[in-house]
Design a protein around this ligand. Structure first.
Ligand code: HEM
Length: 500
């Protein structure tokens, strides 16, 4: 046998092996009681998904296939579920069948430690350490800090010399305000000069977000051949290394302040210190908690605050601009709270509790523009419901964008109608809590949910004491393709108008 022939045989064998490997799971969703989006030759059900806007694709598939359908993400079998009753069972009642999320290899030792993807025991420990950050008294303290910053930022914009109005991508305003919130409320320290030259904190955050959810042809290949992750980590190591150093320095500085017994208000850096010290206890040592866990927690907190919270705020501004009568009602509500205090009210934690219409507007923006458009669980024990079967090992995906627009549960689902969230308004037909999946549900739901609501309301209430939003002729919303779970969109330019 010639060497050329031998090499040719090896090559053919390799190709056959790779094809069989990529297609290995393609029969795993057969005859389980729901339709399946047919997989392509080797790249799963949507080989060109990276070129498309994923949440809009989810919506189309929901309209075509219904409440439950099978899908292959690369070689990974998934069941997509948009039915609120099934969502309730999966996330809450039968949660013991869906205990974890699919362990994801990001190809980086920090991102591999992100809370969401840890095994049950480690997740439980980490979650118990971070939960006290969102106790009522902590939210009150952070709200006070945010109120001061919101007032400051609003006054600063007011003092700028422009006429009646200025055109702006509101996200840049909200982004800077939230960056300061992270600095002041979470770290108690300015972060500006703490990142290497060339990396201001918000540039670093933007880079991490775009890498985190990035999705291109290489990701598509990794989904078909997961072992390729070694050569194509989901997130390049450079920005993570910068972030890691930043967090470790924060911890070190804070520890030395503790040693010097400076009287400090508890903040998120203290949680990271608590985590590292608790993990030393004999009963937790087997969990192998390291500095990377602390960095991964900081990464998740900072990114969720920086990106996820600003998305619904920006969309709320857009929806108010396009619905002037709704905006008028919000303004009246804010003014009436201010009037009760002769205009001296501080629009913080307490004051926004008296603004149910503002809350309803924020909730409606969260419904229509969920910052994460996928909630996922892994089936760990076979499950069956009304003839539908989900087997252990299969991933369950809740397409949030589609579920939040389910026509059975929302009248005129694409319209911005805050009244649907008010006790006194025209309630939705079913009022099914599980038709709103923006924060997930059950024990693994978003731990920062309450704080996210406070942030949205406090930022908007303070801003709207002084400004309103108007559409420009060319204002439009354009979503970006190439994101696997974070809602990405081009800047939305609005006119910001001074109130008389
Ligand atoms: C509007 C803003 C936000 C949205 C829409 C949002 C949404 C979500 C969603 C959908 C999940 C997964 C839930 C599930 O699987 O059931 C999640 C998890 C999480 N969120 Fe948020 N989030 C937001 C803000 C925040 C903030 C401000 C923080 C922290 C400061 C935060 C921290 C977390 C953490 C740590 C998890 C993982 C929970 C776990 O696995 O136990 N989120 N979030």
């Amino acid at each position: 046998m010639s060497l050329t022939f031998l090499l040719f045989c090896i090559f053919i064998f390799l190709i056959i092996f790779l094809v069989v490997y990529a297609r290995w799971n393609y029969n795993k969703l057969d005859n389980l009681g729901f339709p399946v989006v047919k997989p392509s030759f080797i790249l799963g059900s949507d080989p060109q998904g990276y070129k498309k806007v994923q949440h809009l694709e989810d919506y189309e598939r929901f309209q075509k296939y219904g409440d439950i359908y099978g899908f292959f993400e690369g070689r990974n079998p998934q069941v997509h579920v948009c039915d609120p009753e099934m969502i309730r069972l999966i996330l809450v009642k039968d949660g013991h069948h869906f205990k974890e999320r699919q362990k994801t290899d990001f190809g980086n030792p920090v991102t591999n430690e992100v809370l969401d993807w840890q095994h049950e025991e480690k997740w439980r420990f980490l979650r118990s350490v971070i939960t006290p950050n969102f106790a009522s008294h902590r939210i009150r303290d952070m709200s006070e800090c945010l109120r001061e910053l919101s007032e400051e930022f609003t006054s600063e914009l007011k003092s700028k010399s422009f006429g009646d109005k200025i055109t702006m991508d509101f996200r840049s305003f909200v982004g800077s305000l939230i960056t300061k919130t992270i600095e002041k409320c979470y770290c108690g320290i300015r972060l500006e000069n703490r990142v290497d030259p060339g990396h201001t904190f918000d540039i670093l955050m933007k880079k991490l977000i775009s890498e985190f959810s990035g999705y291109d042809i290489k990701h598509e290949l990794v989904r078909a051949f997961p072992f390729l992750i070694k050569w194509h980590p989901t997130i390049p190591s450079e920005p993570i290394a910068v972030f890691r150093q930043l967090v470790l320095n924060l911890i070190k500085d804070r520890q030395s302040q503790h040693t010097e017994k400076i009287n400090l208000q508890y903040n998120f850096t203290d949680t990271l210190i608590d985590l590292l010290s608790k993990a030393q206890a004999p009963q937790y040592q087997h969990l192998k908690i390291t500095e990377n866990n602390a960095v991964a927690l900081a990464l998740e907190f900072f990114l969720a605050t920086f990106d996820s919270v600003s998305t619904p705020i920006v969309f709320m501004a857009y929806y108010l601009a396009s619905n002037p009568s709704v905006q008028e009602k919000v303004l009246q509500e804010i003014d009436s709270v201010l009037e009760k205090c002769d205009g001296e009210a501080e629009l913080g934690f307490q004051a926004v509790q008296e603004m149910p219409y503002l809350q309803a507007c924020f909730q409606e923006a969260l419904r229509l523009a969920p910052p994460f458009f996928k909630v996922e669980r892994k089936c760990t024990k076979d499950w069956e419901y009304k003839g539908y079967k989900i087997s252990a090992g299969v991933n369950v995906i809740i397409p949030v964008w589609a579920t939040n627009r389910h026509p059975k549960y929302y009248e005129n689902p694409d319209e911005f109608i805050p009244e649907r969230w008010l006790q006194s308004g025209d309630k939705d037909k079913s009022n099914n809590a599980y038709a709103f999946c923006t924060f997930g549900h059950g024990p693994k739901n978003c731990v920062g949910q309450r704080w996210a609501y406070e942030m949205g309301k406090i930022i908007m209430a303070n801003f709207m004491t002084t400004f309103t939003f108007e559409m420009k002729e060319d204002t439009k919303v354009q979503f970006k393709p190439g994101s696997s779970f974070i809602l990405k969109f081009e800047p939305i330019y609005l006119d910001i108008v001074r109130r008389g």
